[in-house]
Design a protein around this ligand. Sequence first.
Ligand SMILES: Cc1cc2nc3c(=O)[nH]c(=O)nc-3n(C[C@H](O)[C@H](O)[C@H](O)COP(=O)(O)O)c2cc1C
Length: 181
Amino acid sequence: MSFLELANKRYSVRNYKNTPVAKETINRCIEAARLAPSACNSQPWRFIVVDDSELIKDVAKAAFEGILNFNHFAFKAPVLVLIVSERQKPSAIFGSIVKGKNFSQMDIGITAEHFCLQATEEGLGTCMLGWFNESKVKKRLSIPKFKRVELIVSVGFSADDNFPPKNRKGTDEIVSYNHYC
Ligand SMILES: Cc1cc2nc3c(=O)[nH]c(=O)nc-3n(C[C@H](O)[C@H](O)[C@H](O)COP(=O)(O)O)c2cc1C
């Protein structure tokens, strides 16, 4: 598969089979995430893989139950991967302050996408989830209060045969050469 084919194939899967996912497969996705670039090579991330079926229910309950529970589908995912942001190198913190840019969150986004693309290559479906009850999740998994759980990635084999067409802006809307317009 070419990289473009892989990028096209990845989409947010919101309906999972209850087929378990092998630890080795998850480990290869983590390896791809580990290789991601980051500002000043800070690698400001930690991954918590939740693959125990009882614990998934607990974590999903903590994360996704509530009034706006549109991520309820994640209850059925056989694996949830939490991405916690960790301390950056002083140079990256300095750069973030001076340049007014959140390098840490950029790093988290990149590593998350590395994870998801490897998962796609493995025939798995993923969905990055940013909308969840962070404090309840931290409590359930004894993650220190001062840490941030930036994303939860649901992982599993898709229960759907067809995937939705890509809904993206056209190239002419997002690119210009040699000037901004
Ligand atoms: C940072 C981030 C947060 C997201 N949070 C959610 C979420 O809470 N719930 C959800 O269903 N999808 C979430 N998504 C998935 C996006 O909705 C999805 O990537 C986008 O609509 C494009 O569709 P595709 O991934 O199928 O190509 C999130 C994606 C990103 C990158």
